[in-house]
Ligand binder design. Structure first.
Ligand code: SAM
Ligand code: DTB
Ligand code: SF4
Length: 324
């Protein structure tokens, strides 16, 4: 059963539990809904990089940031297909394509839909993150067969304006509503370690859990501090507070995949192990996130082995398709 009436006090109390009690509760709930030793892995590809008109303070791709990132045009279809095929060979079940847009134009969407078709043809699940959508665009993506749309709330409504000024928290909620109402699975979460307080982490999770339905996937990112961005010198968050946030997300949204997302390169194996114990059961796999590094596949394989974790497999046979 999903609850959508979590209060700030209830969530604050969960955060305030002794660590062992919190992890025990989260792991107990996790085991009711999932195989505790199974992790779903997705691979990311940036299909359009840099020169984004938004001013998200954490992002390497914002035109307002002073980063050294090379600006790129939308990638050709064949490059997307080779990257997806490589991801499938490595054992990834979902391919997530990200574009540095405020929102896609209808022409952009035609090109992205070709990419979605091709990736589906390889038998993989598809996810895209393209910025804000209109209702008809969400509908078109649904008709293309898209499995997931990623659009993060990023932080609490109260802290949001300290990080982003070019679009509002409400804009994000509107896009999520279009995606959800179109029948596409929602992937929505946030970033920790941006200088927010615990009450902001409480409010972020409250906003996510109190949506009309829980996002099917909830990415929890640790800020990757990118040189030249306004958040480059933010103080690091205590890793145990990151683990607590994962545990509370698991308790509030028991049937959702909680995704241990950006920031793993800077995280110890032990912190990641605690995240899995707290109920994280999906992550990004492959040496690159969008523009920054992710752990090498061999490193993750070692970690899986040490922890006895298994990667979820693609269930269906690949469909026969023109792209081979
Ligand atoms: N432009 C689209 C958008 O913002 O909706 C899609 C791409 S955007 C890079 C996807 C998400 O990645 C952001 O919402 C943010 O939560 C996360 N992200 C971006 N830069 C990050 C960083 N430096 N550290 C952690 N997470 C980051
Ligand atoms: C999400 O929550 N994290 C991913 C995915 N959704 C698109 C992106 C992380 C980006 C990290 C910084 C970068 O590589 O540019
Ligand atoms: Fe643009 Fe997305 Fe980066 Fe914000 S997070 S600057 S919208 S690419």
């Amino acid at each position: 059963m999903q609850r959508h009436d979590w209060s700030v006090e209830e969530i604050g109390d969960l955060f305030g539990l002794p660590f062992n009690d919190l992890l025990f509760q989260a792991q107990t709930i996790h085991r009711r809904h999932f195989d505790a030793n199974q992790v779903q892995v997705s691979t990311l590809l940036s299909i359009k990089t840099g020169a984004c008109p938004e001013d998200c303070g954490y992002c390497s791709q914002s035109a307002s940031s002073d980063t050294t990132l090379e600006r790129e045009k939308l990638l050709p279809l064949d490059e997307v297909i080779s990257a997806a095929r490589a991801a499938r060979e490595s054992g990834s079940t979902r391919f997530c394509m990200g574009a540095a847009w405020r929102n896609p134009t209808d022409k952009n969407l035609d090109r992205v839909i070709e990419m979605i078709d091709a990736v589906q043809g390889l038998g993989m699940e598809t996810c895209v993150t393209l910025g804000m959508l209109t209702q008809p665009q969400a509908q078109r993506l649904k008709e293309s067969g898209l499995d997931y749309y990623n659009h993060n709330l990023d932080t609490s409504p109260e802290f949001y304006g300290d990080v982003i000024t070019t679009r509002t928290f409400q804009d994000r909620l509107d896009t999520l509503a279009y995606v959800r109402d179109a029948g596409i699975n929602v992937c929505s979460g946030g970033i920790l370690g941006m200088g927010e307080q615990r009450r902001d982490r409480v409010r972020l999770l409250q906003e996510l859990a109190n949506q009309p339905s829980h996002p099917e996937s909830v990415p929890i990112n640790m800020l990757v501090k990118v040189e030249g961005t306004p958040l480059e010198n933010t103080d690091a968050l205590d890793p145990l507070e990151f683990v607590r946030t994962i545990a509370v997300a698991r308790i509030l949204m028991p049937e959702s995949y909680v995704r241990l997302s950006a920031g793993r390169t800077q995280m110890s194996d032990e912190t990641q192990a605690l995240c899995f114990l707290a109920g994280a059961n999906s992550m990004f796999y492959g040496e690159r996130l969008l523009t920054t590094d992710n752990p090498e596949e061999s490193r993750d394989q070692q970690l899986f082995q040490r922890l006895g974790l298994n990667m979820e497999q693609i269930e269906e046979e690949p469909k026969v398709c023109c792209h081979g």
